[in-house]
Design a protein around this ligand. Structure first.
Ligand code: PHE
Length: 353
């Protein structure tokens, strides 16, 4: 064994060499596999650092202590350095992979016409705006409805002849596709406390054959107010405002006596012709009559209120309901209800803004 001092220097030299090797190896590192290999080469059980450690075994104590310390330090440094690199590399690889996998899903599509909103959607948005502007709240009800809400709660018991008029598609006993939006009245009245000021829009179904003005599936909007001291005058005021805002100008409203089991008194409501004002005998809108019937309405029947647990002595209200297709047909001069459902481009194109 030579001079311990020389030995120490030699070993120190070797430690420095290892450091140098490590630096060189890092310069070549490209991926996680390289990193694994480097880790094994330097600090693995048979790595350069470990081999040096082993070679200390037979040396004098002072050298072992000193070199042992610097070797441990080196091992720790290498390990820390590699862990940091590993983390960074991992993130980088992930980022790259994500970038590669980010396929361009956009298709350069040039429509051959300006896309448009379906006329029914358009009129429904407009109706909502109008009634919200008048302070109404918009509420939704189910299309698959319980018999009670569609009929009994509306003062139409099972033996009532008016059931024929609202006959619909029964899904199973007690459940049907609603034949009007009036059941929403009962749903609101039975679950909440008055006052109410509500509109509800949606699909309805009836056992009707298709023709230019009938469809087994159509849309309605229902509106109703329940409060203290509500009268027919309030109903007329709301309807005049609705007609003027939807059809333009200052519209007149005519209330024609009618019958609905859930309103008393009841009315068919007509507005004066927004196209000719009754002056054109050949008007395509009013056919020269000057008036267009657009909806049904009335004061909510006391039985409907009391069925729902609301005292008719304390509260009164009005309700109205109309076919949305009818409003759209009048406003946009569409002469066949079937056009709404056929998705024909030549029809839909006409509604691009
Ligand atoms: N529900 C009635 C119908 O579908 C319309 C209506 C609603 C009438 C509210 C009066 C009050 O024909």
């Amino acid at each position: 064994m030579g001079d311990p001092k020389d030995l120490r220097d030699q070993l120190m030299e070797k430690v420095n060499e290892v450091k140098e090797h490590f630096k060189e190896a890092l310069a070549e590192l490209k991926n996680l596999e390289d990193l694994k290999r480097i880790r094994a080469r330097f600090i693995g059980p048979k790595g350069e650092v470990s081999e040096l450690m082993k070679s200390l075994k037979t040396l004098p104590k002072e050298i072992v202590r000193e070199l042992g310390r610097s070797l441990n330090q080196l091992k720790e440094e290498i390990s820390k350095h590699l862990s940091e690199l590993e983390k960074k590399l991992g993130e980088e690889i992930l980022r790259k992979r994500l970038l590669e996998e980010r396929k361009d899903l956009s298709v350069r599509y040039k429509p051959t016409y300006t896309p448009s909103i379906h006329p029914l959607t358009r009129i429904m948005r407009e109706l909502k705006e109008v009634f919200m502007g008048l302070g109404f709240e918009v509420v939704e009800g189910p299309e698959l409805e319980e018999e009670y809400y569609n009929f009994d709660g509306l003062n139409i018991p099972s033996d009532h002849p008016a059931r024929d008029m609202w006959d619909s598609f029964w899904v199973r006993p007690g459940y049907l596709l609603r034949s009007h939006t009036s059941p929403v009245q009962v749903r609101v009245m039975t679950t909440r406390k008055p006052p109410f000021k509500v509109v509800s829009l949606g699909k309805c179904y009836r056992r009707d054959d298709l023709d230019p003005t009938h469809s087994f599936q159509f849309h309605q909007i229902e509106g109703f107010i329940v409060d203290k001291g509500i009268t027919f005058a309030h109903l007329k005021g709301v309807l005049m405002e609705f007609a003027s805002r939807v059809f333009g100008g200052k519209r007149k409203v005519k209330l024609i006596p009618s019958y609905f089991p859930f309103t008393e008194p009841s009315a068919e409501v007509a507005i004066d012709c927004f196209r000719c004002g009754g002056k054109d005998p050949h008007c395509p809108i009013c056919k020269g009559e000057g008036w267009i019937e657009v909806l049904g309405a009335g004061m909510i029947h006391p039985n409907v209120l009391s069925n729902a647990g609301i005292s008719p002595q304390e509260w009164t209200g009005f309700a109205f309901g109309m076919g949305i297709e009818r409003i759209a047909m009048l406003k946009y001069q569409i002469d066949d209800i079937r056009l709404f459902y056929e998705n024909r481009l030549d029809f839909l194109k006409q509604f691009s803004a």
